[in-house]
Write a protein that binds this ligand. Structure first.
Ligand SMILES: Nc1ncnc2c1ncn2[C@@H]1O[C@H](COP(=O)(O)OP(=O)(O)O)[C@@H](O)[C@H]1O
Ligand SMILES: [Mg+2]
Length: 271
């Protein structure tokens, strides 16, 4: 099994400042949204979203295109502002701007559909840049930690290459390593495999399953039911900006309660 986080003390030291993460069982959710609303002009994209993710939980968000899943992820990172409601990370409200916001962004690891690696930097530099620039880790230590992470996601042998020289699946695994290098308190994944060729999806999902098993707190937007069944503690089904269902993966996939979810699942299952 690929080990992604691990209790490697050399790595932890090299990663520098560790975010103030409430301990598992402390009762403080790592991510909490309370009655969050967001409009884009006339469009009400997030409607009274109330949701919390506890330390160590893996929550999968599923739903039709346009239902607000990406906006929700972006709001948690404050890449989007919200109109009303509250978002708390580790029990603290999101900072508005400045250094505190930069710190928050580095505490939340984000992996997008498009890998967003720096095209003109090597794989190794892509992973070390954040720890060096944002966390103030010494370059040697950052490189050592990055190599450990690249090893864990199975692409250490690609460290000297540029992103374009790697396959999509390899690039996405680098993107995961890059997010992990910041030692985030929570990882958000927004359709991380939907831009990949089918044969590369598994290698990325395997890394995510390993992360989940090692206790990483994860919020994952995906239609990959295999992943949801293997790794999710909860599935949230969104439609038209609202949370329509919230249940265990088993319940959701075998006995969805609403017509919206039944209709959506019948379409996804046909693919
Ligand atoms: N920056 C934006 N400006 C205007 N409308 C947007 C913007 N981003 C997203 N939308 C719209 O908000 C709705 C929700 O989008 P999104 O959160 O991307 O949904 P999903 O990720 O579930 O497909 C869609 O109708 C989309 O077109
Ligand atoms: Mg989306």
């Amino acid at each position: 099994m690929v080990s992604v986080t691990g209790e490697d003390s050399a790595t932890d030291a090299a990663l520098g400042a560790v975010p103030a993460t409430p301990a598992a069982g402390s009762g403080i959710p790592l991510v909490e949204l309370r009655e969050v609303n967001k409009h884009f002009g006339e469009l009400h994209v997030l409607r009274d979203i109330t949701l919390s993710v506890e330390a160590g939980e893996v929550v999968v968000i599923i739903g039709p295109s346009g239902s607000g899943k990406s906006t929700l992820c972006r709001a948690i990172n404050r890449l989007e502002t919200i109109d009303s409601g509250t978002i708390l990370l580790g029990g603290q409200p999101l900072p508005d701007e400045g250094k505190a916001l930069a710190q928050l962004r580095s505490d939340v690891g984000m992996v997008f559909q498009s890998f967003n690696l720096f095209a003109h930097k090597t794989i190794l530099d892509n992973v070390t840049l954040g720890p060096i620039k944002v966390r103030g880790v010494k370059p040697d230590q950052a490189r050592e930690a990055a190599m450990t992470l690249l090893e864990r996601v199975g692409v250490a042998d690609q460290a000297g290459k540029l992103p374009a020289q790697l396959s999509g699946g390899q690039q996405q695994r680098v993107a995961i390593a890059r997010a992990l290098a910041m030692n985030p308190m929570v990882m958000l994944f927004d359709e991380p495999t939907s831009a990949l060729d089918p044969e590369m999806i598994t290698e990325v999902l395997d890394v995510m399953v390993a992360l989940a098993r090692e206790g990483m707190t994860m919020l994952v937007v995906t239609h990959e039911m295999g992943f949801a069944r293997k790794a999710a503690d909860r599935v949230i089904f969104m439609a038209d900006g609202s949370i329509v269902e919230e249940s265990t993966p088993e319940e959701f996939f075998t006995a969805p309660r609403t017509d919206r979810a039944k209709d959506f699942l019948s379409k996804v299952l046909l693919q």
